[in-house]
Design a protein around this ligand. Structure first.
Ligand SMILES: CC(C)(COP(=O)(O)OP(=O)(O)OC[C@H]1O[C@@H](n2cnc3c(N)ncnc32)[C@H](O)[C@@H]1OP(=O)(O)O)[C@@H](O)C(=O)NCCC(=O)NCCS
Length: 148
């Protein structure tokens, strides 16, 4: 397993980024100002993570995605561990916002994140089309935080 930082042509990764965030316009708002990390297993791209500085104490995961055929093999967790180690000396908190999908929320909670607040109607106000996950429309953005 190898994790590389991608510094050029980040939009080449749009297909996998769209798994974590299905609106390309929204992705383009953070892609250039985020650091993009790509995880490869035996030279095959399996997962990506985009991370942005939010303030002097806080880094934010803007996108985390694993191709469906590689999910549940530990790659997403490996990227979270990598990001925690990389930023723990310089920042206090790792935060992220996600839709109200119980599976995703449990994934992060199991890895040390706690819910802090929600942004009401974030998905209905900011996304061009309704977003559905597990058959439910995403409405609010739930924020989670982990101490580094
Ligand atoms: C959530 C996600 C990044 C996890 O990546 P991964 O490489 O499968 O992660 P791991 O193998 O380390 O962990 C598997 C965990 O993810 C959960 N998971 C698997 N597929 C999932 C999916 N489609 N959506 C949400 N969670 C999922 C599993 O339930 C498992 O949880 P557990 O450890 O509590 O049992 C990945 O499933 C994914 O890209 N999902 C779709 C996009 C998404 O929801 N991104 C997060 C938005 S910020």
């Amino acid at each position: 397993m190898q994790i590389k930082e991608i510094t050029t042509n980040k939009s080449d990764f749009m297909d996998i980024l769209l798994i974590g965030d299905e609106d390309e316009t929204m992705i383009n708002k953070y892609l250039n100002t985020s650091k993009l990390f790509a995880l490869y297993d035996k030279s095959k791209l399996t997962s990506v993570c985009a991370v942005m500085t939010a303030d002097k104490d806080t880094v934010e995961i803007k996108n985390l995605a694993t191709y469906p055929e590689y999910q549940n093999k530990g790659y997403g967790s490996a990227l979270i561990d990598f990001v925690c180690k990389k930023y723990k000396n310089d920042f206090k908190f790792l935060v992220l916002g996600t839709g109200e999908n119980i599976r995703t929320l449990n994934f992060y909670k199991k890895r040390g994140f706690k819910e802090t607040h929600r942004i009401k109607n974030f998905f209905t106000d900011n996304y061009q089309k309704p977003v559905y996950e597990n058959g439910r429309q995403l409405i609010d953005m739930i924020y989670l935080k982990k101490f580094l």
